[in-house]
Design a protein around this ligand. Structure first.
Ligand SMILES: Nc1nc2c(c(=O)[nH]1)N[C@H]1C(S)=C(S)[C@@H](COP(=O)(O)O)O[C@H]1N2
Ligand SMILES: [Mo]
Length: 301
């Protein structure tokens, strides 16, 4: 069992401890873009609803899923603490004007910085509210100029068992891959995040660059991206490869479609005691539902 049932998550696992260590190492490296404009939780509220309080930074950086750094929720903070994300480059491949490696700055530099507070819902039925900094993926796509024939965009995480100790065990088919349909990628909600809580992205949250799609389950939010590929065929994705009966390509948050092993109707907001109802498309239906009109969302899960 790769993903545990929500009931298996002990409350002791969400206790933050010593989370500030190692943070400063990243300031001034990837910080340039992430800190381009200051944001404080509670100031930039775009995307969050009234009763959504920002999750304490301690929790968001000490209770993580990042199997490249261990399968336990507290493993990534510890096992990623010496990871050096910079220098970083992203290989752009496939149906695109100029396939080539891009440096971090070539890919993201000078694009408008976004501050977005998003609800994030893990398939394991816990959720958080995170203030992200990053760029809209659609701005990156415009810069890269995919060919009109491209229908999907695929992302791949770094493969380097020396730097990512979790990859020494075959708990998932490495490297981790995710993909979006091109209209999903060009939706205004979709971010390539470089920071959170006004700081450079911590290693355990996917430094230096990760995907954020708040209407989809968390596993779509691929971390530490080293490859972007444009294609006309629906790509395989890691969780779908690992367990096709449990994880589909679309992964839209849908409280009416249960996971085979548990209900998706409710969620535990990290830091809260009572469970909340999970909202269709995680509450972002206004912005995303039209992309799926005519699709059977029970089949296309
Ligand atoms: N490369 C990679 N990306 C990943 C994962 C992973 O194991 N490896 N886990 C996913 C899952 S299941 C979730 S819920 C989110 C968690 O993001 P967070 O730790 O920043 O909250 O990252 C996603 N991105
Ligand atoms: Mo997840």
């Amino acid at each position: 069992m790769l993903i545990r049932k929500p009931d298996d998550i002990a409350s002791s696992e969400i206790t933050p401890e010593g989370f500030y260590q190692n943070r400063r190492a990243f300031m001034g490296t990837v910080g340039a873009i992430a800190l381009g404009s200051a944001v404080l939780p509670g100031v930039a509220r775009a995307g969050a609803m009234q009763d959504d309080k920002v999750t304490p930074e301690e929790d968001a950086t000490s209770y993580n899923n990042f199997y490249e750094f261990g399968t336990g929720k507290e493993d990534p903070k510890e096992q990623a603490k010496d990871f050096q994300p910079m220098p970083w480059s992203v290989n752009v491949e496939g149906m695109v004007k100029t396939p080539r490696p891009y440096t971090f700055d070539e890919l993201l530099g000078k694009l408008p910085v976004q501050d977005r507070v998003y609800r994030m819902r893990c398939v394991e039925a816990w959720s958080m509210v995170i203030p992200w900094q990053g760029v809209q993926l659609k701005d990156v796509i415009t810069r890269l100029q995919p060919l009109p024939s491209a229908k999907f965009i695929e992302f791949t995480t770094l493969l380097d068992p020396k730097r990512m100790p979790g990859q020494r065990r075959a708990v998932l088919p490495w490297p981790y891959k995710e993909a979006l349909r091109m209209d999903e990628a060009n939706n205004s909600l979709t971010l390539l995040a470089t920071g959170m809580y006004g700081k450079a992205l911590p290693n355990q949250n996917g430094a230096p660059l990760r995907l954020v799609t708040p209407w989809k389950y968390g596993f779509k939010g691929i971390k530490s991206i080293v490859k972007i590929r444009f294609t006309d065929k629906m790509p395989n994705t890691t969780w779908n490869d690992a367990n096709p009966s449990e994880y589909g390509f679309y992964a839209n948050v849908n409280p009416t479609v249960d996971h085979p092993r548990w209900s998706q109707g409710k969620e535990r907001r990290i830091g809260e005691f009572l469970r909340r109802n999970t909202l269709m498309f995680n509450g972002y239906a206004d912005q995303v539902a039209s992309m799926y009109s005519g699709m059977d969302l029970r089949k296309n899960y």
